[in-house]
Design a binder for this molecule. Structure first.
Ligand code: GDP
Length: 314
């Protein structure tokens, strides 16, 4: 599939950070974007998903729908994370197959890899060791999604591919401090501390874990690139190569936001996996690299945070 022109492209999860970035990116593709609100379509309901696909007849499906959350949410709601994500993945992939969808891109996450995977993590590290316990429920469901794509390809020749993004951030992120990931949490905490004149901000864990971050519009661009140009059995890592410790990230966010107080580590909170950097040589070999630098991306995310907060308050 070299071109999406004239195609009916279903973006599931279009209200989320990734889905909305995909919808923004598809605006320049001359295709018809199909979306369904949560109130109209419960993706955990297999009958409803089947009917929706039969009625709307997408040609292409970009599967960004998922129940997502940060380290604390994953650790606190294991049943929700495994059940919702398994149901969403099986319902969408199977209904798309039945409905004759010609291309499907399934989005997973870098947490599918073993806790102590070699770094940077190559695609081949999948299922070579035990998972990080704080998010194994989500990871198992996402691994099942990859395997579904592979199984439908193997048994039926379906052109279903998977992409595994690194930690993402950007417009439309979740800023709820109990369920968010680290980047939106730091942006919000530092902004609120600056506004209230608080002298310090707490950052969870030791500050030592290393994470790679990618601006979500870069992911959306990679997804469209892969949808058009990749047709393989193995999933593809999507990363930026921009790795930073949580302690250094806190300093960088403070700089962007303009928070000048103290940064305190809260050692009672979990660190999670010690390092998570993706090996993106496969994607680079296909001809794609990320465009936004980390500081530039954080500045864009902060701008989006300000306008989203203003819109909510209005
Ligand atoms: P992970 O990449 O799956 O571990 O997900 P997170 O983005 O939630 O956490 C990444 C790292 O940032 C972990 O080591 C957290 O302990 C750390 N961290 C520091 N402060 C925060 C915070 O306020 N919220 C979250 N979610 N993580 C934080």
């Amino acid at each position: 599939m070299a071109d999406l022109s004239g195609k009916r492209v279903w973006v599931s999860g279009h209200r989320g950070m990734v889905g909305s970035a995909l919808v923004r990116r598809l605006a320049s593709e001359n295709c018809e974007v199909l979306v369904a609100d949560r109130a109209t379509l419960d993706l955990r309901d297999s009958g409803a998903v089947r009917r929706w696909v039969q009625e709307n007849r997408p040609d292409v499906a970009l599967v960004s729908a998922a129940k997502v959350g940060g380290i604390l949410a994953n650790d606190s709601y294991p049943a929700d994370f495994i059940y919702d994500n398994l149901a969403i993945s099986t319902n969408i992939i199977h209904s798309c197959f039945e409905g004759g969808v010609e291309k499907l891109l399934y989005l997973g996450s870098s947490c599918i890899y073993p806790r102590l995977a070699p770094q940077p993590i190559p695609e081949s590290a999948l299922l070579t060791g035990p998972l990080e316990p704080t998010n194994e429920w989500y990871a198992i469901a996402k691994i099942a999604g990859i395997k579904l794509c592979q199984a439908y390809r193997k048994q039926h020749g379906a052109d279903y591919i998977s992409a595994m993004p690194t930690n993402l951030y950007g417009p439309g992120d979740n800023y709820d401090l109990n369920s968010s990931h680290v980047m939106p949490a730091l942006i919000r905490k530092m902004y609120e501390a600056k506004r209230s004149g608080a002298s310090s901000v707490e950052v969870w864990g030791s500050g030592k874990p290393l994470r790679e971050f990618m601006y979500v519009d870069d992911l959306a661009d990679a997804c469209i690139f892969l949808t058009k140009s990749y047709s393989g059995y193995e999933h593809v890592n999507v990363g930026s190569g921009q790795e930073i410790s949580i302690g250094e990230l806190a300093l960088l966010v403070a700089k962007v936001v303009g928070f000048e107080g103290e940064i305190r580590q809260d050692a009672s909170k979990p660190d999670g996996t010690p390092r998570k950097l993706l090996d993106t040589s496969k994607l680079q070999g296909l001809g794609w690299t990320a465009k936004h630098g980390l500081e530039e991306g954080i500045a864009l995310a902060f701008e989006a945070f300000l306008s989203e907060s203003a819109a909510k308050a209005a």
